[in-house]
Design a protein around this ligand. Structure first.
Ligand code: BGC
Length: 253
């Protein structure tokens, strides 16, 4: 099997790729990023996927995290991307343009898998939640290390709207809030999450987790809350590792 696998993290704002040593869980190339085109529809985004694969002159299985509910490669939601994605087979669309086999899963789920395998969640049992804070609010839920996929806790009904609208990273930017003020909002969401799920550990990922020091003191829940160790490359690494695993299983069958 391949040791270096291309991982692509498709976000609502940027689409990023990198070559990953899947044994070590490390990105070994530079990160190549292209801004997510608008409208963020299948044709425009597939073109960017093709450019990322070409940039690395890559052939082989590709892992891809995608910002929507994904079942068997098909998108079932489209919160911050074009609605025409709903019902589209993301794996097939990206395979067609790149000529590579594509393994596609929810972006927060793959970032969570990387964090559980190589980062702060390594060896952690019980109920561990990874919340990714960026353009959207993503979630990955693990029970004794096993993923419960597509949890979408950023879309919990909250404050007459949904949690994501109230406290995603993009909301902080849009409202020009300090990390302190945003942290107070985010803490309200964490109180709700703790009340509903009683998790054992909450790990924060995504762009806003890099600024954890600036809002850590606003968090008041008793569940331990810590920043992800892998920071923003978790999506790329997790996607590559997952693709490698799926490809190995397919070979055995
Ligand atoms: C989407 C999720 C995604 C999250 C982070 C949300 O708006 O519904 O599927 O994981 O954003 O990108």
């Amino acid at each position: 099997m391949q040791d270096l696998v291309l991982g692509i993290d498709v976000g609502a704002t940027g689409m990023k790729g990198g070559l990953v040593d899947v044994e070590k869980g490390e990105m070994v190339s530079d990160r190549f990023k292209i801004l997510t085109p608008r409208p963020a529809n299948p044709a425009n985004m597939a073109k960017v996927i093709g450019e990322i694969v070409d940039h690395f002159k890559y052939k082989g299985v590709v892992g891809c995290g995608f910002p929507s509910i994904i079942k068997n490669g098909v998108a079932f939601s489209a919160a911050n991307i074009d609605q025409s994605w709903i019902g589209t087979d993301v794996s097939k669309t990206f395979s067609k343009i790149s000529g590579c086999e594509m393994v596609v899963c929810n972006d927060a789920d793959v970032a969570g898998m990387a964090e559980m395998s190589f980062g702060r969640g390594k060896g952690e049992n019980g109920l561990v939640m990874i919340i990714t804070i960026g353009t959207g609010l993503g979630s990955a839920v693990f029970m004794d290390g096993k993923l419960v996929p597509n949890t979408e806790l950023g879309h919990l009904k909250f404050k007459d709207s949904i949690a994501e609208k109230y406290c995603a990273g993009s909301t902080r930017k849009k409202l020009d809030m300090s990390y302190e003020d945003w942290g107070k909002r985010f803490n309200e969401y964490l109180i709700h999450i703790e009340h509903l799920f009683s998790p054992d550990l909450i790990i924060l990922g995504g762009g806003t987790s890099k600024k954890f020091d600036q809002y850590a003191h606003t968090i008041s829940i008793s569940t331990p809350v810590e920043p992800a160790k892998m920071r923003n490359n978790a999506g790329i690494i997790g996607a590559a590792v997952l693709a490698q695993k799926k490809a190995s299983i397919a070979k055995l069958m």
